[in-house]
Design a protein around this ligand. Structure first.
Ligand code: FER
Length: 462
């Protein structure tokens, strides 16, 4: 008795753990439609089980997205008809054969009660065949129509519904130690360059983080470069060296590199404004246009200037050289900088391989200047990428927080990319789009820099 009790507890636990792994609701996936030819039915009469009725199955065809073939002669539908109770129980047993010669046994049981006519077929396919996938699933079936001397039956497989919410990766608190200055620190330099913007030549600057141990003279040691764009109203220092109550990115970088969690890299923090001290009218339209156009300056001015000044993989100054070294380049940004990241992906995927949109959605407008729904933005993004030779060669690492103004907009963007932009592979083993949300994460650098603690080791594996 006790032993049986223990056994059943173990069984319950096994069932519970299997259930916990899949908290999604079920949905149906169409598998095939059968067109079954029926022979002359005959009644056996009243038996101990009820009124037994036999309908021979004499042939037919079947077809679905992954399988097709013929229904074999020799099966039958064995029915128990209880007309007085308004109920018929049926059990059809027969075989089908695929067009490439695999025989599959079918046993389809169901009920007819008034208008309600549903069955649950079971398939027995040879384990060593390419149809073995039919074996381990629950199916439902209902008539798709009645022909003279036959019946059409549609079959669906019951599977877990895709639950977008459950695919969002959570973000754990980062270790306290990585917030503090590391023993071995990189250097932050000011970098001046000439940009060509709206037909004008302007002098601009960016900040450059050089990892600990970077030696200008050691030309053989080359570094990948990450460009990080600030948010609206911010400047070139906002990421790396914010006021003390924010989490400075230089501490994260120094500590990740010192702990061996990522390769040493160069980080460049430019501005999409004319310069730090000239943020213009700082109206939203200005910022939107400047984030949209920054890819031109990045490719023509900033990348050639900064990557020829430091030891990087860029060899040359033109766009061909920039494209050749794109595997070694990442672009990310916060808020309006995230917007510039999406625009960089849409307009400048030739120059960059890795993208880090941090708390920002895609702003896609129609001719009247109306911001479009995430679906239209996702379709536009897919079209943009499809035009390039890099449609299958980019990676997106998207992050935001639940208490961030960009949280829900970015979440809607990711879900739309998953649904409507086939070039993005999301929640698959070969994903090129990843999405994480920090519970309570807000719209400020302190939280954004936490996201980079997780993102950078993914891009810059040792
Ligand atoms: C967003 C929500 C807010 C976003 C940007 C902002 C690009 C804010 C911008 C600003 O105030 O500068 O989804 O995406």
């Amino acid at each position: 008795m006790i032993k049986r009790l223990l056994t059943s507890i173990v069984a319950v636990l096994a069932v519970t753990s299997a259930c916990m792994a899949q908290n999604a609701d079920p949905e149906l996936e169409f598998v095939l439609e059968l067109k079954v030819k029926l022979g002359q039915a005959f009644g056996v009469g009243q038996t101990v089980h009820g009124n037994r009725f036999v309908i021979p199955i004499t042939g037919g065809t079947f077809e679905g997205p992954r399988i097709k073939g013929e229904v074999l002669n020799g099966g039958a539908d064995y029915q128990l008809q209880n007309m007085d109770k308004g109920r018929t129980d049926l059990e059809a047993i027969y075989c089908i054969r695929t067009d490439d010669g695999v025989s599959i046994h079918v046993r389809n049981t169901g009920i007819i009660a008034g208008n309600y006519f549903y069955c649950t077929p079971k398939f027995e396919a040879p384990l060593d065949s390419k149809y073995a996938w039919l074996n381990n699933a629950i199916y439902v079936c209902k008539p798709g129509g009645f022909m003279d001397g036959g019946i059409a039956l549609k079959v669906w497989k019951v599977r877990d519904a895709f639950n977008f919410e459950s695919t969002i990766q959570p973000i754990m608190p980062i270790p306290d130690a990585v917030r503090k200055p590391a023993a071995r620190q990189g250097k932050i330099e000011e970098f001046k360059y000439t940009a060509h913007k709206n037909g004008k030549t302007i002098q601009k600057h960016a900040r450059v983080y050089l990892p600990y141990g970077y030696k200008a003279k050691d030309k053989k040691t080359k570094y990948d470069v990450l460009y990080l764009m600030h948010g609206g109203g911010d400047k070139t220092t906002s990421f790396l060296t914010p006021p003390q109550d924010w989490l400075p990115l230089c501490n994260i970088l120094d500590n990740l590199i010192a702990e061996g969690k990522m390769r040493p890299i160069i980080v460049v923090t430019p501005t999409f404004y004319d310069d730090d001290e000239n943020i213009g009218a700082n109206r939203m339209e200005d910022a939107t246009a400047q984030t949209r156009n920054f890819h031109v300056e990045l490719q023509n001015d900033l990348i050639p200037a900064v990557e020829n000044a430091y030891n990087t993989y860029l060899e040359g100054k033109d766009s061909i050289a920039v494209t050749k070294s794109r595997d070694h380049r990442a672009y990310g940004g916060f808020s309006m900088g995230a917007l510039s990241t999406w625009y960089q992906l849409a307009y400048g995927v030739n120059a960059v391989k890795h993208f880090l949109p941090l708390s920002g959605d895609i702003w896609y407008f129609d001719e009247k200047g109306q911001k479009q729904e995430p679906k239209a933005a996702a379709e536009w993004m897919n079209e943009q990428l499809a035009k390039t030779p890099f449609a299958n060669d980019f990676e997106v690492y998207a992050y935001t927080g639940t208490d961030d103004v960009a949280g829900n907009p970015e979440k809607a963007t990711i879900e739309a990319l998953h649904k409507y932009a086939p070039l993005f592979r999301y929640a698959t083993s070969d994903a090129n789009l990843r999405f994480s949300m920090k519970q309570g994460g807000q719209h400020f650098y302190g939280h954004i820099n936490e996201y980079l603690y997780y993102a950078l080791p993914l891009i810059y594996k040792k």
